[in-house]
Design a protein around this ligand. Structure first.
Ligand code: NG6
Ligand code: CA
Length: 506
């Protein structure tokens, strides 16, 4: 790995170090190309970690990183659902430019192999790159055969290595895919996937409730795997099926192996660890069952927290903690009942997954995309809280600045100084997306245009942000978005709308 002298690095201000550091640290060698680990949770709410106010949920490992690094109070996913947020995080482009929506497990690859991507940029800068965990950006072509090598996938858009689930834990195929090949596939028991029609004779959640260990509430009544009814129909591939309760350990094992191996190499590494928690179906390993007192949703958050602890142990044992930048965030806000009866609502108690924000997953209100956002880099990032507006989409330009790459992506802004605590300023504005609708955050204000459609998604019990009236909120004064101040501020509303429409191109 290319190492440069501390003083040289400090004086060229690559990573926000100051030249006035005392001499005890001045002798330390650091690198302009640290290892980078992006830990990406699935549906973890802003308020789901202790550092952001959760009192009844124990998340000591998240909290240690939040308190030992920078905890952002205005950190955003691009969107209130998974596929669009992941698209933005990995490409640095707004997902609505691509019309990105939640994808079925059978969807073809969404990212164009000719596009610039975050892992490609880091690859070109000399990084080993890998993704371990959830993918949900489509794979291969429309008519792909799951029994053959599947391409394009993560390996074709910049990840040297991939060990993934295709879509979500609630969607078929319920198998792991390593570098484009289904793991443990028996050629005599081929996998077939169909999102429209069942395969003859195959039980479903709808018709065979007697086979279920988890009951479906809405959707999720197609093929049954491990007693859990899923979205989509699947046949075959028995030997390749994942074990839901072992999924956290399984991905973590791959992460540990990767870090142990790559930390010995000259090249730095970029690892995206896309955890499946706390998305449905929530299937904590038995050793976490009952640990939160909040049912499976709380238990899998405790499990995810344990995984973060194990990740940190691995990093420390490999001796790379001071040479590794860690970014932790979530792809969208929280949801309780997302389609299974799993006591998430019943056992919630006083816990507030959104941390006082309005809405949740799927919503244009703030909790949709306003998520935990933490950066940690021992010895380089001084612990702080930051109000800077930052978005996962900015990882591209910010990390490009860190590693000295001149590659660009359309919508990504360089907020590196904010990410490493050198500046309190992040982006000036950000377009947020929720199930194809968009809103506009600028400074402390957020403007939500008027949208037709239901005010409430009654199935998940989340306010969606649709209204006959345009809405303007001052999030600093009114984080719960109780007071629509659009009428009282017509000039500001008009100017934000104009600005928004110019950027959004509507
Ligand atoms: C929805 C699913 C929900 C979840 C979501 C994707 C139904 C009724 N609901 O369509 O359970 O899977 O898609 O979540 O099927 S995300 O975090 O990947 O965006
Ligand atoms: Ca998600």
């Amino acid at each position: 790995m290319k190492r440069i002298n501390y003083y040289l690095l400090a004086c060229i201000s690559l990573i926000g170090l100051s030249c006035q550091k005392n001499t005890s640290t001045a002798t330390k060698e650091v690198t302009s190309k640290p290892n980078i680990i992006f830990v990406y949770l699935d549906d973890l709410g802003y308020g789901d970690i202790g550092a952001n106010g959760a009192k009844n949920l124990n998340t000591p490992n998240f909290d240690a990183l939040a308190n030992g690094g920078i905890n952002f109070s205005n950190g955003y996913a691009s969107s209130a659902t998974c596929t669009p947020s992941r698209y933005a995080a990995f490409t640095g482009q707004y997902p609505w430019r691509k019309n990105a929506k939640i994808l079925p497990g059978s969807a073809p690859m969404l990212i164009d192999t000719a596009q610039v991507t975050l892992p490609k940029m880091l690859q070109a800068a000399g990084y080993n790159t890998a993704i371990i965990g959830k993918w949900h950006l489509g794979l291969g072509t429309h008519d792909k055969d799951w029994n053959q090598h599947i391409s394009p996938g993560p390996n074709e858009v910049g990840f040297d290595q991939s060990y993934i689930m295709a879509a979500t834990q609630d969607r078929v195929p319920t198998v792991y895919i390593e570098n484009g090949d289904v793991v443990n596939l028996d050629p005599n028991d081929p996998i077939e996937i169909n999102y429209k029609k069942n395969f003859k004779g195959q039980p479903t959640g709808k018709d065979n409730p007697e086979l279920l260990t988890m009951k479906w509430h809405h959707g999720h009544n197609s093929s049954i795997v491990n007693g859990i009814p899923r979205i989509g129909f699947m046949k075959g591939g028995q030997a390749a099926l994942w074990s839901d309760v072992d999924m956290a350990d399984h991905f973590l094992g791959k992460v540990k192996t990767y870090i142990k191996e790559k930390s010995k190499e000259e090249k730095p590494f970029f690892l995206t660890y896309t955890m499946q928690q706390p998305h449905v179906p929530r299937t904590p390993h038995p050793r976490f069952v009952g640990k939160s007192g909040m049912g499976p949703r709380g238990d899998v958050i405790v499990e995810a927290d344990w995984c973060i602890g194990e990740l940190m142990k691995t990093i420390r044992e490999a001796g790379i903690e001071e040479n590794t930048l860690i970014v932790i965030s979530s792809d969208n806000g929280p949801v309780l009942n997302d389609g299974y009866y799993d006591d998430a609502v019943e056992k919630l108690g006083d816990h507030d997954p959104s941390g006082g924000l309005r809405g949740g997953k799927y919503s244009l209100y703030d909790a949709g995309a306003h998520v935990p956002f933490i950066t940690y880099w021992k010895g380089q990032i001084q612990p702080a809280k930051s109000e800077a507006l930052v978005c996962q989409m900015d990882l591209f330009a910010s990390l490009a600045a860190l590693v000295g790459s001149d590659m660009k992506s359309q919508d990504s802004e360089n907020v590196l100084d904010a990410l490493v605590g050198k500046s309190k300023e992040g982006r000036e504005s950000l377009i947020l997306e929720a199930t194809t609708r968009t809103s506009y955050r600028k400074g402390d204000f957020v403007l939500i245009p008027s949208y037709k459609g239901p005010k409430l998604n009654t199935k998940v019990d989340i306010e969606l942000g649709n209204s006959n009236e345009i809405a303007l909120y001052n999030l600093k004064e009114d984080p719960a978005q109780k007071n629509n101040i659009a009428k009282a501020n017509p000039e500001l509303t008009a100017s934000l709308l104009k600005d928004f429409e110019a950027k959004r191109g509507t």
